[in-house]
Ligand binder design. Structure first.
Ligand SMILES: [Zn+2]
Length: 467
């Protein structure tokens, strides 16, 4: 297969220039002008921007719910990522019931995701069943399998997800020996329990009490504690889904002092307001329940600035498409609403519309936080996350002229709703290529699932900070 992408403006994290791209056998074979045919396909990108395909650092597809049986939306909905210009998702693999992490990764790749994942797929391990040394011994094997990252939940005490500090410390000690990057969901569980339970005991059970009972200081405390551990143990970390000034300030300060810590935020914390959850109709209000919760305008202003200054380095979607019937489990008590919002399809669009088009972020920076830095963190770079000779021909060709209003029909999520419903959209991925194959054309998904597992290498981006 020889494909020519001509007349576009190529954007990478470092520069922007007009050139044609020649693709051969799934890779970018050459960048320049005057390539001669024959070509199997020619794509005219006149007036458009040619970005690397997005790398989504934070996806939960077919993730087990707390009931241990049902899942959120499955891999057959991952095509939404391609529609949104994301060609690689890094999905979290929690323990399957009764399986260790290694078997759970194999089960995810060979059963759950098999022939169903539309974009390419990389995996973060996520320990939800800690069994001492035998669990720690899995770290080495996971790294050898191409899974060099692992997340622990410091919140959700009383569920299988919760990992206390002794487990976090044990993992950090093991991870640094093998170049694994540890990641944490940082919220102090005791702060949450105190506020949530007392609010509920007073009869305050509507969705809005979700954001009222997860104060920024609870997030900042867990971030501080994790970074203190990280510095003292010499284990690089990524703090995922940073939502507020207080938590991001801890990361900014620690990075200025040389701590090996990378921060991630998400598009919903950059664009959406917590008052979405004030809606009197539960069926509407419940859609924005995610953790940490949506915050305020000051937080959004701070987070845009933090991305621009590399205090926070990555924007991941935290996609968790929870169907409404599952959200309704919390109809009588906000504490039982499953946490999570869809977003894999809207991540690049949100950053382009509300960052690039609104003058808050350069195109290069958008590529950096959506493609390049996440590829580096996960050991996928340079195969993924940039445009260069020899790398996978994953491209997101942005049409800057598109104007629309987001709905679940225009921007599908795999479930019944889109949390950006009614928001303005400026620009969209017109054509998307996955390893040289056109998978989206004129904003329409064409393909049958062709995603492959892409093994990550250890000693990712966070380890560079140790040098
Ligand atoms: Zn998440």
């Amino acid at each position: 297969m020889r494909v020519l992408v001509k007349n576009g403006t190529i954007v990478t994290a470092l520069n922007e220039y007009k050139a044609d791209l020649l693709i051969e056998d799934e890779k970018i074979a050459a960048i320049g002008t005057g390539f001669t045919g024959p070509f199997d396909k020619e794509i005219d990108a006149t007036g458009k921007y040619v970005l690397p395909g997005g790398v989504d650092n934070h996806a939960h597809f077919e993730a087990l719910n707390t009931d241990g049986k049902t899942t959120n939306a499955g891999y057959d909905t991952t095509y939404v990522a391609l529609l949104g210009g994301t060609t690689t998702i890094v999905d979290f693999c929690t323990n399957e019931p009764g399986m260790n992490m290694v078997d759970s990764v194999n089960y995810r790749l060979n059963v759950r995701a098999k022939d169903r994942c539309a974009p390419d797929l990389a995996i973060h391990a996520c320990c939800t069943d800690y069994r001492g040394q035998e669990t720690l011994d899995e770290v080495k094997t996971l790294v050898e399998m191409g899974v060099p990252t692992m997340k622990l939940f410091l919140a959700y005490k009383g569920t299988a997800l919760y990992m206390d500090d002794s487990k976090l410390l044990a993992f950090m000690n093991e991870a640094k020996k093998h170049g694994m990057t540890m990641m944490v969901h940082a919220e102090n569980p005791d702060v949450l329990d105190l506020y949530r339970n007392s609010m509920a005991e007073q009869g305050n059970l509507a969705p809005k009490y979700h954001y009222m009972t997860r104060p920024p200081f609870g997030e900042a405390e867990a971030v501080s504690r994790t970074i203190l551990f990280s510095k003292n143990l010499g284990c690089p970390m990524c703090i995922v889904h940073v939502s507020c000034i207080e938590a991001a300030e801890v990361i900014r300060k620690a990075r200025s002092e040389g701590a090996p810590v990378i921060g991630e935020t998400c598009p919903h914390y950059l664009v959406l307001d917590k008052h979405k959850m004030d809606h009197p109709d539960f069926d509407i209000a419940c859609r924005w329940v995610c953790s940490p919760p949506l915050r305020d305008q000051e937080d959004r202003d701070y987070l845009w600035n933090a991305l621009n200054r590399d205090w926070i380095s990555i924007c991941g979607s935290d996609n968790s498409s929870i169907p409404l019937y599952q959200k309704h489990w919390g109809e009588n008590d906000f504490r039982a609403i499953p946490n999570g919002c869809p977003g894999a399809g809207d991540r690049m669009n949100a950053l382009w519309t509300y960052g690039v088009m609104k003058g808050k972020m350069s195109r290069q920076k958008m590529v950096d936080v959506c493609c390049t830095q996440p590829a580096k963190l996960n050991g996928l770079y340079p195969r993924k996350g940039t445009i260069d000779v020899g790398v996978d021909a994953d491209l997101c060709i942005m049409d800057p002229e598109y104007k629309g209003t987001i709905s679940v029909e225009t921007n599908p999520t795999g479930i019944e709703y889109n949390v950006y419903e009614g928001c303005e959209q400026l620009g969209r991925p017109d054509t998307v290529l996955l390893r040289g194959h056109v998978v989206v054309e004129q904003g329409k998904y064409l393909g049958t699932p062709g995603g492959q597992f892409i093994p990550g290498k250890p000693y990712g981006l966070a380890y560079d900070l140790l040098k």
